[in-house]
Design a protein around this ligand. Sequence first.
Ligand code: FES
Ligand SMILES: [Fe+2]
Length: 344
Amino acid sequence: MWPLPEGYDYPRNHWYVAAWSDELNNETPLERWILGEPVALYRDETGNAVALEGRCPHRNYPLAKSPIRGSALECGYHGFTFDSDGQCIRIPSQTSIPSVCRVKSYPLVEKWKWVWIWTGNPDEADESLIPDHDEIAITADGWLAEQSLTHLLGARPQLLHENLTDISHLAFLHAGTVGTEAVAAAEVEISENGRFMRGARFIPDETLTDFFSEVLDYDGPVDRFVAIDFYAPSIHVALESFRKPGTDEPIGEFRVHHVVTPATKDSTNYFVAWSRTFARENQAVTDTMNKVFAMAIDQDIDAAESIEKIIRSMETPKELLVKADEHSIRCRRWMAKLIGAEAQ
Ligand code: FES
Ligand SMILES: [Fe+2]
């Protein structure tokens, strides 16, 4: 699907974030569409997270609308009951249960506050493929990490990926809060290391916006380093580091973790967390950051959904790319490569 090649939607043999840990319980299943399929998420009797294919094989009733019985889900339509491994254990209208009567059970891993789901071949679900939570400054010493936002966007996943790998939009879409014109004008340096692809900008003598001055409790010019690390196919880590001009003296750093999980071909689950090194005990700083990031993310969502409407109206979508788009385009090629490899 554009801007990926026709027929390319999403890579499957990967970990994606399915939910926040606190969204799952043993009382009411959560339905979330993931890579074009409904998934029913809940906890079994011992508290373990479970993800079952969310479509009953009998008559396609949504299993997430069904009651939890112990560790199993009892379909709310005719009572077929599926254990946490997906096997049907009861058909109320007959005594025999055909072995084909089962739903898919997805491998899950709970790490920090995220529930990661493996959407590909279960035999290949290797937990070590989940990005290192110390490296992305979620669990690292000296950092305070916050669970922040959950959205379902009416836009194809790749549009959100390309918003996130395009830092030049900060200067305009988020002018006055996290963006200044200097961000758009700065040269982009792209690098990759096998785990992530980075697009970085260094802005010497940057003027802080009121938001940054307030949360960093700092006035005056700074050297600002801003980058996006894309861990294909799902996490973008935005890095911001502020130092006293011309020195290595730190003023503060934060990260914003943008997690993209395709819901369907043209809708996207979006989870946001962030972490910081400064004023970690200060709740007012947390509140201000939550407020400003929520505002900025609403602007991104509005942009992606508005672009989606325009693209859908075009028979053959087009674009005119410039130098600043290089990081986005290289990340797009990476996604296409992952999908293409699975297609083979
Ligand atoms: S649709 Fe689920 S039991 Fe009939
Ligand atoms: Fe943005």
